[in-house]
Unconditional design. Structure first.
Length: 270
C-alpha cells in the first residue's frame, strides 16, 4: 500500500452526558432535550487510533455520523484534532432507529465514501452500550470485523493485524482490507485540538450532509419503521442502600454493642 493511499473512516456518535438524560415515557426513547452533549467517549479512542495511523502511513481520515444537525460542531472539533472531512447522515426519517437501522444507514453512508481501507468505531456508545452497531456495519458491508481492538497495524499487501482483548489475555488476528475494527476504550490517549487547524475546522471545513434521498435508502428500513426492537416498559430503579447502624455511648458500651452484632456472624463462619 502506498504511503498516501490509506483512507480511514471513523464513525462518531454524539451522545448526551449520561448523568443528564431521561426517558420519554410516551416514546420509550432517550430524551436529550435537557442534557448537554459530547462525542461518545469510546469513539475518541477510535479517532486517535485513526489519526495515529494517518501520521504513520499518510492518507486521510473521514468522519461519519448519523444524527440531527446539531451534531455538526462536534464533527468540526474532530476535524480540528486532525480529521480531513466530515459527513453527517441527517434526516427526520432516521429518528428512533435501533442498532439494526443505525448500522444500515451508516453502512450505506460508508459505501458512498468508497474506496476505503479501514472503518474504525468505538466499542460501544455510552447511551446504548450494546456494542452491536460496529458488527452490524461490517455485516451490511460484508467485510471482516475485528472487535475490542487495543492495537492495530497496517501490513503490506493490503492486510491489517490487530491485537484484541479477550478474557484472560489477548488474540492476534490478521484480516484483508477493507476491514472494520471496534476499538477498546482506554487503549490510547486522545490528542488535544490542533490550534493551527482550529479556524479551518470551525469556519472553512465542509461538513457534507446526506439524507434519505441522497443515499437512496428504503424508508421501511430506517428510523423507527426499520427498527424491530420494541421497548415495552421503562422502570426507574433506585439505588440500593446499605443498612447503617450508629453506635453511641462510652468506648466500653460501643465495644459491647459492636461485639453483639459481630458475634452471630463470627459464629456462623466458625
Amino acid at each position: 500500500m502506498g504511503e498516501m493511499d490509506l483512507h480511514i473512516i471513523v464513525c462518531l456518535k454524539v451522545v448526551p452526558k449520561p448523568e443528564e438524560v431521561s426517558i420519554n415515557p410516551q416514546t420509550m426513547t432517550i430524551d436529550r432535550a435537557r442534557a448537554r452533549s459530547e462525542i461518545n467517549p469510546s469513539d475518541m479512542y477510535a479517532l486517535e487510533m485513526a489519526l495515529s495511523l494517518k501520521d504513520e502511513h499518510g492518507g486521510e481520515v473521514s468522519l461519519l455520523a448519523m444524527g440531527p444537525p446539531f451534531f455538526e460542531p462536534y464533527l468540526r472539533i474532530a476535524m480540528a484534532m486532525g480529521a480531513d472531512a466530515a459527513f453527517l447522515l441527517s434526516d427526520r426519517a432516521f429518528a428512533g432507529a435501533d442498532t439494526l437501522a443505525t448500522s444500515y444507514v451508516l453502512a450505506r453512508g460508508i459505501e458512498r465514501l468508497r474506496p476505503f481501507h479501514l472503518v474504525l468505531c468505538g466499542e460501544e456508545s455510552s447511551d446504548g452500550a450494546t456494542g452491536q452497531v460496529p458488527p452490524g456495519i461490517a455485516e451490511w458491508l460484508d467485510i471482516p470485523q475485528l472487535t475490542y481492538v487495543e492495537h492495530l497495524e497496517v501490513l503490506p499487501h493490503g492486510r491489517v493485524r490487530a491485537r484484541r482483548v479477550i478474557d484472560g489475555g489477548y488474540q492476534v488476528l490478521t484480516a484483508p482490507l477493507p476491514a472494520l475494527a471496534s476499538v477498546k476504550s482506554g487503549v490510547n490517549e486522545p490528542r488535544f485540538i490542533d490550534m493551527d487547524r482550529w479556524l479551518w475546522a470551525m469556519q472553512e471545513a465542509p461538513v457534507t450532509v446526506w439524507g434519505l434521498a441522497d443515499l437512496g435508502l428504503d424508508p421501511e428500513m430506517v428510523g423507527a419503521k426499520g427498527s424491530p426492537t420494541v421497548v415495552s416498559r421503562v422502570q426507574q430503579v433506585g439505588a440500593r442502600q446499605r443498612k447503617r447502624i450508629l453506635i453511641t455511648g462510652t468506648a466500653e458500651e460501643e465495644a459491647r454493642t459492636l461485639w453483639r452484632f459481630m458475634r452471630p456472624l463470627l459464629e456462623q463462619r466458625s
